[in-house]
Design a protein around this ligand. Structure first.
Ligand code: NAI
Ligand code: MG
Length: 493
């Protein structure tokens, strides 16, 4: 059954720079494809370093006027983007589902989240207050929170439209301008969102979109001397590379780099509910979620009971093209499909037992079955490395101490979940888990309003919530002399 709306997608797409559409400097284009079929959808301009220069220049030119726009007016414009996102929700969801592969109802939820980012941050635009600092009668001292200037947004292919909003909304309300480089696998929703920004009244040059590859477009942007702050979501390897490129200009970075997230299940948990949350946590968006429930650390006394429930859920999933709104769509690209298949082979070689899935259905497109491995040992690669696919590892643990040790003994630290009816244990673990976000008796507990980000190699800085604004504002302290004369003593600061 096809339930998604019909949409017309132009056969070719240009770059959006300075409020105008223009091809890449060398006329280059690449195809974005529908991962449910492997068929091309459209050709998109492939930005060169010269195009990135042009986009950064447009953003720099637009910055002073945008910075000086009254905060309430900036807020109104950003709020209008949110309204337009809502008005075009079906269309945006259809574009995302087609280009990325996810079920259209999940794409709708991403679009709802995108609208919420614009609405939420719009209200903050006129509340970005500094502080006054009481240093004594001879000096008036206060802080200002000022925008950085040009914000580079390098986004991945798992939640392209939603992450456009997650970065662009706070960047704009804080008075920055933006250059967005969406992932080459999924450029279409960002291009449509740029149009909606213009329709909402965002001035030319304030939001620019350069579609293209990590090399050259992403690298040119992250090493650009005209970029004042960088927000990146993606792999640790690319995040490290971006940090290195940014270091040349001492450009600050906000990095959100994925995880290997543990879901710890104790015997006193509601096992049906835990299995529901964990299945949702690992199979949503075919597991291509930084905060996926990758590892179950289950007390050995309930391992079989939980495993039965997880297998039952995994085997109930219907797969299909996103537009038909199945339980699970394909992986977003052939490369990701190959990566996930290799991890399934690796799990078998490492001696884990396949309890569900593991296969690839005999059909076109990049589909992998919901997969559950049991008898997973903590030192296996499938238990330590981010797979970014619908592959769950079940590890048994003897007690709370071992659960905590195994949970924390990976290089990542994005999110962690605890399933228990013991409130004391839940709080004890929440305090000790090395993760930026802890969920108790649920998964995906984040909202637009709650700070989100990683410990350890899962990243630097926080997105979402009011804390995200710290990535887009720098503090200036102003000291005004009230004393007579030139002040005899040095302050000794
Ligand atoms: P990636 O991190 O290389 O790609 C993300 C973005 O970075 C894309 O826009 C890409 O064009 C850009 N990029 C690539 N190289 C760059 C460079 N040198 N300078 C600047 N920008 C650059 O991720 P990739 O290779 O597509 O996926 C590999 C793995 O990364 C996945 O299997 C998954 O484990 C992880 N990943 C994590 C995400 C998360 O949400 N934390 C999102 C996407 C991928
Ligand atoms: Mg695509």
């Amino acid at each position: 059954m096809v339930t998604g709306p019909d949409i017309d997608i132009d056969a070719t797409h240009d770059l959006y720079v300075g409020g105008e559409w223009s091809p890449a400097a060398d006329g280059g284009r690449f195809e974005t494809e529908n991962p449910a079929t492997g068929e091309p959808i459209a050709e998109v301009a492939s930005a060169t370093a010269a195009d990135v220069d042009r986009a950064v220049a447009a953003a720099r030119d637009a910055f002073p006027a945008w910075r000086d726009t009254a905060p309430d007016e900036r807020g109104r414009i950003v709020h209008r983007i949110g309204r337009l996102v809502r008005e075009h929700a079906d269309e945006l969801a259809a574009i995302e589902s087609l280009d990325q592969g996810k079920p259209v109802s999940q794409a709708r939820s991403d679009v709802e989240g995108a609208a919420r980012y614009f609405e939420y941050y719009a209200g903050a635009a006129d509340k970005l207050e500094g502080r006054s600092v009481p240093v004594g009668p001879e000096q008036v001292d206060f802080t200002l929170r000022e925008p950085y200037g040009v914000s580079a947004q390098i986004t991945p292919w798992n939640f392209p439209g939603n992450l456009f909003a997650r970065g662009v909304a706070p960047a704009l309300v804080a008075g920055n301008t933006a250059v967005v480089k969406p992932a080459e696998q999924t450029p279409l929703s960002s291009l449509r969102l740029a149009e909606l920004c213009a329709e909402a009244g965002v001035p030319d040059g304030v939001v620019n979109v350069v579609t293209g590859f990590g090399d050259p477009a992403g690298a040119a942007l992250s090493g650009h001397a005209g970029v004042d702050t960088i927000t990146f979501t993606g792999s640790v390897r690319t995040g490290t590379e971006i940090m290195r490129q940014a270091a040349g200009n001492v450009t600050p970075v906000t990095l959100e780099l994925g995880g290997k997230n543990p879901a710890i299940v104790f015997p006193d948990a509601d096992l049906d509910a835990a299995a529901d949350w964990i299945a949702k946590g690992i199979f949503t968006n075919a597991g291509q979620v930084c905060s996926a429930a990758d590892r179950v650390l289950v007390h050995e006394s309930v391992r079989e009971d939980l495993l039965d429930r997880l297998v039952e859920r995994a085997e109930s999933y219907e797969l299909g093209p996103g537009r038909a709104d199945p339980d699970m769509g394909p992986l977003a690209s052939e490369a990701q499909f190959e990566k996930v298949r290799n991890y399934v082979d690796l799990g078998r070689e490492e001696g884990a037992t396949l309890a569900a899935g593991g296969g690839t259905p005999d059909r076109e497109g990049y589909f992998v079955e919901p997969t559950v491995f049991t008898d997973v040992e903590h030192d296996m690669r499938i238990a330590r490395e981010e797979i970014f696919g619908p592959v769950l590892s079940v590890i048994s643990v003897a007690d709370e101490a071992e659960a905590l040790q195994v949970a924390n003994d990976v290089e990542y630290g994005l999110v962690a979940g605890v399933f228990t009816s013991d409130v004391t244990r839940a709080h004890r673990l929440a305090g000790r888990l090395a993760a930026g976000n802890v969920y108790v008796n649920k998964w995906f507990g984040d909202t637009n309003q709650t700070p989100f980000g990683g410990y350890k190699q899962s990243g630097i800085g926080r997105e979402k919530g009011l804390e995200a604004l710290d990535s887009y504002l720098q503090t200036k302290n102003v000291a005004v002399n009230l004393a007579d004369g030139d002040g005899a003593d040095l302050p000794g600061a």
